[in-house]
Write a protein that binds this ligand. Structure first.
Ligand code: ZN
Length: 339
């Protein structure tokens, strides 16, 4: 009960990429880089296991960006044709690459990574992939008739990829869909359908991560505009509850999400985010236990997985390790109380 896990990324060691910076470029090249990614993955497996994390996350040390780490291995995308796009409903304006033809994977993208990590992982292993709707919000469309059509095309590629990772022994595949609470209407209209298509036929556990983003300035400013209660989840949870996904990962620590909204996910396991990724303060185990206990008023303990709010990547490494340890210790406090 109360299997612990993490929602996403962990900091890169300073010898691999500039620390405390999101999407920092690599500091190594060639074979040294490939070895460095593997070494960093081992470090974080060990840190997660030592902190009592039951379902470790394995893939994020291998890529700079959670979406482009997939897209850069796909055909049909013109990386030189940059289109200015306000992504996540205009929260950030960035130059994005453009889809100019039918998309396909050039080869299995993450198989080698999983082949390496799986034998080293003592416990369950999670691998994260970008969700189809978030991909479509990170890339411009100059080929498909509509955005939903493009999402379905990417869902097919994600499904091929996920099936290979499942066959290699990944226990949980998590699709990251931070776009879901920026585009609530579209999520209900086609985002959840695309997500179902991405997980179609998988026998492993599947999760979707929805969030209010990393603790970076653009997100902090955006959160200020959302009012005293963040009710975005209310619009999308009924559709997600009807989806084929097993687990939903959300922010509960220090967010303004009314916890009773979790009750809308009555048929799902809930990854309760009990670690704030926007603060450098390391939570006490008691604070983590309190967040979990409050969430468990609305979700059965059997369906609760203590988790982080989002990725810990931009944090100093010692802070991230401290937060993992607080998560493990806080979950243990609650388990002991429930005994
Ligand atoms: Zn997130």
């Amino acid at each position: 009960m109360l299997e612990t896990t993490v929602a996403g990324s962990l900091p890169k060691p300073s010898w691999l990429a500039e620390p405390e910076k999101l999407w920092a470029p690599w500091r190594l090249e060639g074979n040294e880089l490939e070895q460095g990614k593997r070494d960093a993955t081992l470090i974080w497996l060990k840190e997660q296991e030592d902190a009592g994390i039951d379902i470790a996350s394995g893939g994020e040390q291998f890529r700079v960006h959670f979406v482009h780490g997939f897209l850069e291995h796909c055909d049909g995308i013109d990386w030189d044709m940059k289109t200015k796009m306000g992504i996540r409903d205009d929260r950030y304006v960035v130059d994005v690459p453009t889809v100019t033809g039918p998309v396909s994977r050039k080869y299995p993208i993450h198989s080698d990574e999983v082949r390496y990590v799986r034998p080293h992982a003592a416990n369950k292993l999670k691998f994260t992939l970008p969700g189809p709707m978030t991909i479509c919000d990170t890339i411009a469309n100059a080929h498909y008739d509509t955005r939903p059509d493009m999402a379905m095309a990417f869902a097919e590629l994600l499904n091929e990829e996920a099936k290979e990772l499942e066959a290699l022994g990944v226990d949980t595949i998590q699709f990251d869909e931070p776009a879901f609470n920026a585009f609530m209407k579209e999520t209900v209209e086609w985002g959840v359908d695309a997500l179902n298509a991405a997980r179609k036929g998988l026998k492993c556990t599947t999760a979707v991560h929805i969030c209010y983003g990393y603790g970076i300035k653009e997100n902090i400013d955006w959160k200020e505009t959302l009012g005293s209660e963040w009710r975005q989840y209310e619009e999308i949870f009924p559709a997600i509850n009807n989806s084929d996904i097993d687990q939903v990962s959300l922010e509960c620590a220090d967010s303004r999400v009314p916890l009773e909204l979790i009750g809308l996910l009555k048929d799902k396991d809930v990854l309760v985010g009990a670690i704030d990724v926007a603060s450098l303060d390391v939570e006490t185990p008691e604070k983590v236990a309190d967040t979990l206990t409050r969430a468990m008023e609305f979700v059965d303990p059997e369906r609760t997985l203590p988790c982080t709010n989002c990725g810990l990547a931009p944090l100093p490494r010692d802070v991230a390790v401290g937060k993992l340890q607080a998560l493990g210790a806080g979950a243990e406090l609650v388990r002991n109380k429930l005994k």
